[in-house]
Design a protein around this ligand. Structure first.
Ligand SMILES: [Zn+2]
Length: 309
């Protein structure tokens, strides 16, 4: 009877799997990310194998993060035609035409200093010159096969800049999933090992949100809606369920939430210590995010959940 009256149900279609595709090793590379047990940096061939298995299990969508061979202060490998993400998109699109391909649009994986934008000589992030480069990255992703672009940089005006650039290149129908409400969270710690994107100096507090703020979440989301966002995202997810609910109640766009690396790793670590039951907590953590109002969840548990559903 409980099944008949359950209000929230997790579906395969709700889940988006993040993948880290790397050109720092061989095509077969599966390099475990120590701080995220079960997650790996993948060479191109290894990525295709991994995705193929997940698609067989019902994977609907994935989001790609790139780990390039070369980094420079302008993050130019992030918008190169033969960049690692661009190459992965072409391969994935060819083999899995039904898989919805999302790309993370930011510069921090590609800049030698690890910040999400270009810097002044004294190390400040320059907002407007960064917009041009983000727009270039987004266009290059769509040209290579991305179905949705997801800017995560938190520069002001980026959604409008990307929308304009996509339209100019004839991609009027390609949606933008905006990391609209992104907190400066310590839960991102393990990801920075995964994506090798930790800032060399300073932090990202000048362009990410203060964890104590909720009204600001409404302002950030409203700005991105006005600029043309098609999906909104809240990040992290689990520690910010109130924010997910707040955004859900105030905006009617599809809402995604990102269950970030730290949320994943605390569950993995506690389960390894035998302190919590892995699968039960995994499912509950995702159900809670959905109950709070998320339509879509980006989660490193996706492959594992697909095996269970
Ligand atoms: Zn970034």
């Amino acid at each position: 009877m409980r099944d008949m009256v359950r209000e929230t149900i997790l579906r395969r279609e709700d889940l988006i799997m993040p993948y880290f595709v790397a050109e720092t090793g061989s095509e077969d590379m599966v390099k475990p990310i120590e701080t995220m047990p079960g997650q790996n940096q993948l060479g191109m061939k290894a990525l295709l194998e991994r995705v193929s298995r997940a698609v067989d299990n019902g994977l609907k969508s994935c989001i790609l993060f790139g780990i390039p061979k070369e980094k420079d202060p302008m993050g130019s490998s992030g918008y190169a035609e033969d960049g690692v993400v661009q190459r992965a998109l072409r391969e994935l699109k060819k083999r899995f035409p039904g898989l919805v391909l999302i790309t993370d649009v930011c510069l921090c994986e590609y800049t030698s200093h690890g910040h999400c934008g270009v810097l002044t000589e004294d190390g400040h992030v320059l907002n407007d010159p960064t917009l041009t480069l983000l727009a270039k990255a987004a266009v290059s992703h769509v040209q290579a096969g991305a179905d949705i672009v997801a800017p995560s940089d938190m520069m002001d005006g980026r959604v409008a800049a990307i929308r304009t650039a996509l339209d100019e290149h004839g991609y009027e129908t390609t949606p933008i999933m905006s990391y609209a409400v992104k907190y400066a969270s310590a839960y991102y710690g393990p990801f920075r090992e995964a994506a090798e994107s930790a800032p060399k100096a300073g932090d990202r507090k000048s362009y990410q949100m203060d964890p104590g703020n909720w009204r600001e979440a409404l302002r950030e989301a409203a700005a991105d809606v006005a600029e043309g966002a098609d999906f909104l995202m809240v990040k992290p997810a689990g520690p910010y369920l109130d924010i997910i609910r707040l955004v859900r109640n105030n905006f009617d766009l599809p809402l995604a939430a990102y269950q970030v690396s730290g949320e994943y790793s605390v569950i993995k670590a506690a389960a390894q210590l035998g302190w919590m039951d892995h699968d039960t907590v995994m499912m509950e953590s995702l159900l809670a995010i959905k109950r709070a109002g998320a339509d879509l969840i980006l989660s490193y548990f996706t492959e594992g959940v697909l095996e269970r559903l």
